[in-house]
Design a protein around this ligand. Structure first.
Ligand code: ADP
Ligand code: MG
Length: 699
């Protein structure tokens, strides 16, 4: 067994009680866990602050001085020890609620101490509660250790003596014990290429740096290691998956494709579209199953790419299907695709929850006989009774609405799994996509078709509502339509539904019938009610659509030119961007208007600024990632995938990229990591996979 997987109870100074607290409070079970429990910052011991310099903004500080007096105050539960501490520039109170006896015995007058802590102000006086205290002795006076590591420790840990100082003691005991047996786990050529320090030195230096350089070098090495093994793990399972699954070969791109290309589309494909189609064509010729993620901002023309890929499948005598997350979207796809394939020998059908039984039976039959070439539908397509003659390609639109399990069900439609193309309009920064979807191939359409008028985004505070109404009336008078979105974030909350209904009442008063007609859509309506309301808006029977974010996905009403978002401060960036994607689809200038209440936090202000200043989904996603951190986005927190200890996907983009390239290169040269020089890497990887089985769930 690997030394570092030993239990922490074997460390000097860690008895059963401390071991329990370390594991329950900080998930530290093994030697490795403790070594990877990194300080989150350091106090430079050479810097001694003065009491006179303390002000409201002071964070943790270090003072050097003497205890003037100690007093026991109060009794029973509220008993505390209070000390007066002076450094010659002023006096500050020190307070202890626990360990009072120990303090009384230990602290002596006329002795110089160094104390660390964070001053707080109470009744106009500064005090530090439970400061960390050491005597000045030869060891620290000669300042062998310049940097004092500060660990994130909980209240329970502190009470058990596992404050930063206590952690330092056990980490140092551990390092003394195992330093020589910490093996290198990175290949030699990588160490040399980036001049990375050894693993054992990295642990020593990150916990006990002597210089600033030590901190930089150790972090660089450990971040690289963390990301490299994450990528290695993802890349190796991706390679395994793509070579394990045989796939259909679409060898022919001929008459059908060319006829469509020359006769049925009346515009030039963007370069990005051409590139992605080429990537898909190549995938479908290898004999392995394609699993590709296609990402493109709203309106970038993903549907067309999907259609052309499906035509290739059909040309090679396979069937294709397109699965959409809602009935409305499926209907829209059916309408556009039927129109776009006019005159071609392609039979398109639509199957959704509301397809009448008789029609459904007919579709099922024609699907089994192969008469239907292209089936469009909702998640009903994954039902077992939907059987294809030979399904070659399955396209899944707006993939974030489908679970992984649903996707996997599509695989079972044939003995050989169909090629899978998942499409999403949620912009994901590249670094994150490479990690999150690392085992899918990744294509991106990063270019909009020419001639689009960018949406103008405007921020309006509540006090400008009158001018908003005036503006909306003017747009409607010009024949345009308007969305008004309310923040019903938790669709099940009655209280928030009331907000929406109040909003609706207000809109109805300002835009009275019969001159104005209003649709309303929210998640608590039955699907068919939603569909009817939506259809009235699509058909321009209603001019105003009052809705929750249920409308954020996919609907295409080119005549709608205004998106008003109420309480915009309550939406996340990617949601705001997604909502804005509903407009700007026609030839008229479109406007996104962000309204806010009175109180707006700084973070919300910065989200609104980002929206006003940029139309680019990727810039917005990057900014979102920086504002919130990756854990909160894309529901990745539960997956544990992004539980990185040191690296940060939003900050360490460069390391993500090189480590991924290095992982590919290594596996390319030595697919099973069998070469002697790669043994340590292979061993570490397999230990890691055994101990945290995180990646299997993502496909
Ligand atoms: P997405 O699904 O990516 O949001 P769509 O495929 O619905 O985008 O495309 C949006 C609109 O742009 C459609 O009306 C489509 O016909 C049109 N379109 C697609 N590609 C091009 C292009 N290269 N040039 C001009 N218009 C395009
Ligand atoms: Mg679309």
């Amino acid at each position: 067994m690997d030394t570092l997987s030993n239990s922490i109870t074997y460390i000097k100074g860690v008895g059963p009680a401390k071991a329990d607290i370390l594991s329950s409070e900080a998930q530290i079970y093994t030697f490795s866990d403790l070594l990877e429990f990194y300080p989150f910052r350091y106090i430079d011991k050479r810097i001694i602050n003065t009491i006179s310099s303390i002000n409201e903004t002071t964070e943790e500080i270090q003072l050097k001085g003497k205890i003037l007096r100690l007093d026991l105050i109060g009794s029973g539960k509220s008993m505390r020890m209070e000390g007066k501490f002076s450094d010659g520039t002023g006096i500050i109170s020190l307070v202890w609620f626990k360990g009072i006896k120990w303090i009384k015995d230990k602290l002596k007058p006329d002795t110089t101490y160094i104390i660390y802590g964070r001053p707080t102000i109470f009744m106009g006086e500064y005090s530090i509660s439970h400061p960390e205290i050491e005597t000045v002795n030869e060891y620290n006076e000669s300042a062998k250790l310049h940097y004092y590591p500060v660990y994130r420790t909980s209240e329970k840990m502190k009470n058990a003596g596992l404050n930063s100082k206590g952690m330092t003691v056990i980490v140092s005991n551990l390092l003394e014990k195992v330093y020589d047996s910490i093996d290198e786990n990175l290949p030699q050529n990588i160490l040399e290429k980036y001049r990375l320090i050894s693993r054992k030195d990295a642990f020593k230096k990150i916990h006990f740096p002597l210089t600033e350089q030590d901190i930089i070098e150790s972090k660089r090495r450990l971040k690289y290691e963390e990301l490299f093994f994450l990528q290695l793990s993802i890349v190796s399972s991706k390679i395994k998956q793509s070579t394990a699954n045989k796939g259909f070969i679409f060898s022919k791109v001929g008459e059908l494709f060319n006829t469509f290309y020359h006769n049925n589309i009346h515009f030039e494909l963007t370069n990005a579209q051409k590139r992605v189609i080429k990537e898909i064509r190549n995938d479908c010729r290898t004999g392995h199953q394609m699993n590709r993620l296609l990402q493109g901002d709203v309106g970038s023309g993903k549907t067309l790419v999907a259609l052309m890929s499906m035509i290739i499948a059909i040309e090679n005598n396979f069937q294709a299907c397109l699965m959409a997350p809602t009935e409305i979207l499926a209907q829209q796809h059916f309408k556009t695709i039927t129109k776009m394939t006019e005159g071609l020998p392609i039979k398109v059908a639509l199957l959704t929850g509301s397809t009448k039984n008789k029609e459904k039976q007919k579709i099922i039959q024609e699907l089994a006989s192969g008469d239907i070439n292209l089936l469009i539908g909702t998640h009903i397509l994954i039902e077992d009774y939907v059987i294809f003659k030979q399904l070659g390609l399955c396209v899944i639109d707006e993939q974030h609405r489908f679970g992984v399990a649903q996707r996997a069900k599509m695989w079972g439609k044939n003995t050989t799994p169909p090629h899978i193309l998942v499409m999403t309009a949620t912009p994901i920064p590249r670094t994150l996509a490479m990690t999150l979807y690392g085992d899918l191939d990744y294509s991106v359409i990063d270019e909009l078709p020419p001639g689009r008028k960018p949406v103008k985004t405007i921020y309006l505070p509540e006090s400008k509502r009158l001018s908003l109404i005036f503006f909306l009336k003017d747009q409607i008078a010009q024949g345009r339509q308007v969305y008004m979105v309310f923040p019903l974030i938790n669709e099940s909350k009655k209280l928030e539904l009331k907000d929406l209904m109040d909003g609706y009442d207000r809109v109805a008063r300002e835009f009275p019938i019969p001159q104005y007609q209003i649709s309303i859509v929210h998640g608590q309506q039955k699907q068919n009610v939603q569909d009817i309301e939506m259809k009235r808006f699509i058909d321009n029977v209603t001019q105003i659509m009052v809705a929750t974010t249920v409308i954020e996905v996919g609907v295409d009403v080119p005549n709608a030119t205004v998106m008003v978002i109420e309480n915009a401060e309550r939406f996340g960036l990617s949601q705001l961007h997604q909502l804005r994607g509903r407009i700007g689809r026609g030839s008229n200038q479109s406007y996104c208007i962000l309204m806010t209440g009175e109180k707006v936090s700084n973070e919300a202000k910065s989200r609104i600024n980002t929206m006003v200043n940029s139309n680019d989904g990727f810039i917005i996603a990057e900014s979102d990632l920086k504002l919130r951190g990756p854990g909160d986005i894309y529901g990745t927190r539960q997956s544990g995938l992004l539980d990185l200890k040191l690296a940060d996907l939003s900050q360490d983009e460069a390391i993500v990229k090189v480590s991924r390239d290095d992982a590919f290169k290594l596996l390319d040269e030595d697919p099973k990591l069998e070469k002697p020089e790669n043994k340590p890497t292979a061993l570490f990887l397999s230990n890691m996979k055994n101990s945290r089985n995180l990646w299997g769930k993502i496909s």
